[in-house]
Ligand binder design. Structure first.
Ligand SMILES: [Fe+2]
Ligand SMILES: [Fe+2]
Length: 431
């Protein structure tokens, strides 16, 4: 524990700009899922083709323009990628009317494999199985209603999860709600990094019960990214734990919290909205077991609320009173992070960027602390920092931004970029 990070390189921005610039079917469907997802609520949902089509058209790569035209207006959104493993990939899309669900896929064109769900649905969720590890695939989806209206997507790509020893990269951003134009820029910048997957630290919509926002604030602005890169969300308070969250995402059960492995790293994605996160809570006990059994070299957690944060008014009005400097409810998880040597905890909720020094037992601990990185500048209205510096702060930034993380064996590098592509923070960890 004491020498978990054998070396630390936390460097200033100026020295690192140079570095940054220099480096810049076997398958089976899940028929129950697809068929069973339709509800009375969907049947009442008004069609919203016009604004969605406009957004998609603006962001559509040229080569797919023709194929993704949907003259029958059957498509609402998608396709987009969800949970991905070394041998499986979940692909989702939504149609305005009940229709069948088909994914055609292969390692090359033409697409000779076909996975189909039984029955008609408006939410289409198909898991491809029996895939090769760390392998790129081509796919397209299509749906046809009983009356013959049909949608056929363009041909897109996905890549199964890498081998344990392989290098990989992921992007982290959060709080993308409310201003889809901002989010579209962040999502496009994320895709430009060609990450293996994306982590979202929550608040994907302004109001979780508003069905249209799941399309227009969340999935449509991220279309280019989400159709080629799996997107993992830590549920935020704005999602309101609404049923739409569970409709649109597809992660390991119970989906409000879950975990997965990627390369030699473990990711536990948590629900910090729950009122009781203490040692008696079901989620705490699940998390302890989950972290205890992981043998991964790197361990990460992600949830919406920040245990340590320097906001001006969310944790006390810092012009007039002391701040608790973070969310005391979710701080219940901190002893577990320290016990099981979590490397980085990713958070959002506050719409700014903040990286802490490594923290253990309420103090900066360079050798064995846990780093908290708040990346809440994904598109929502920006917030402001307290006028005085917090004891744990390593870097603050008030701008729209995202984090790009690469891991190769025992080396991790994290670069934070603002919405204009400027490097605003850098971190290197070595085991
Ligand atoms: Fe937020
Ligand atoms: Fe929030």
């Amino acid at each position: 524990m004491a020498t978990r990070h054998s070396a630390w390189f936390l460097a200033g921005l100026a020295g690192l700009l140079a570095l940054a610039l220099a480096s810049r079917a076997v398958a089976a469907a899940t028929p129950g899922d697809a068929a069973g997802r339709e509800t009375a609520a969907e049947a009442q949902t008004p069609e919203k083709e016009a604004p969605i089509a406009k957004t998609l058209k603006k962001k559509e790569p040229k080569e797919n323009l023709q194929e993704t035209k949907d003259p029958s207006h059957l498509l609402v959104v998608g396709p987009y990628l969800q949970h991905s493993t070394q041998s499986t990939q979940v692909i989702c899309w939504e149609t305005t009317q009940p229709a069948n669900s088909v994914v055609e896929w292969d390692e090359q064109l033409p697409l000779n494999h076909k996975t189909e769900a039984k029955g008609a649905a408006t939410f289409h969720e198909i898991e491809l199985r029996g895939l090769k590890t760390e392998t790129a695939y081509f796919y397209r989806v299509w749906s046809r209603t009983g009356s013959g209206r049909a949608f056929v997507s363009g041909v897109y790509t996905f890549q199964t999860a890498v081998r344990k020893e392989s290098p990989f990269a992921f992007v982290v951003f959060g709080d993308t709600r409310s201003f889809p134009d901002n989010f579209a820029r962040i999502a496009d910048a994320a895709y430009a990094e060609r990450p293996n997957f994306v982590l979202h630290t929550g608040d994907v919509v302004t109001k979780g019960p508003e069905k249209d926002q799941w399309v227009n604030e969340f999935l449509a602005p991220a279309a280019n990214l989400a159709r080629r890169v799996p997107l993992y969300v830590a549920i935020g308070n704005h999602e309101k734990n609404d049923a739409w969250y569970y409709k649109y995402v597809s992660y390991p059960s119970p989906e409000s919290y879950y975990s997965f492995d990627y390369g030699d790293a473990h990711f536990a994605i948590l629900d910090s909205n729950e009122k009781d996160l203490g040692p008696q809570s079901a989620q705490y006990q699940w998390l302890e077991k989950d972290l205890a059994k992981s043998k991964a070299l790197w361990k990460f957690t992600a949830h919406h609320h920040p245990p340590f944060d320097s906001d001006s008014d969310d944790y006390g009005d810092t012009d007039r009173e002391k701040s608790t400097q973070g969310d005391l409810n979710v701080r219940a998880f901190v002893p577990l992070y320290e016990e099981y040597d979590v490397d980085i905890c990713w958070v959002g909720h506050i719409h700014t960027y903040e990286r802490t020094w490594p923290i253990r037992e309420g103090k900066v601990d360079q050798d064995s602390g846990v780093i908290y990185i708040q990346t809440g500048g994904g598109g929502a209205p920006l917030e402001q920092f307290a006028p005085t510096r917090s004891w744990f702060t390593a870097k603050v930034l008030r701008n729209y931004e995202y984090c790009y993380v690469t891991i190769a064996g025992e080396t991790l590098r994290m670069m934070a970029y603002d919405i204009d592509g400027r490097l605003v923070d850098f971190l290197e960890l070595r085991k």
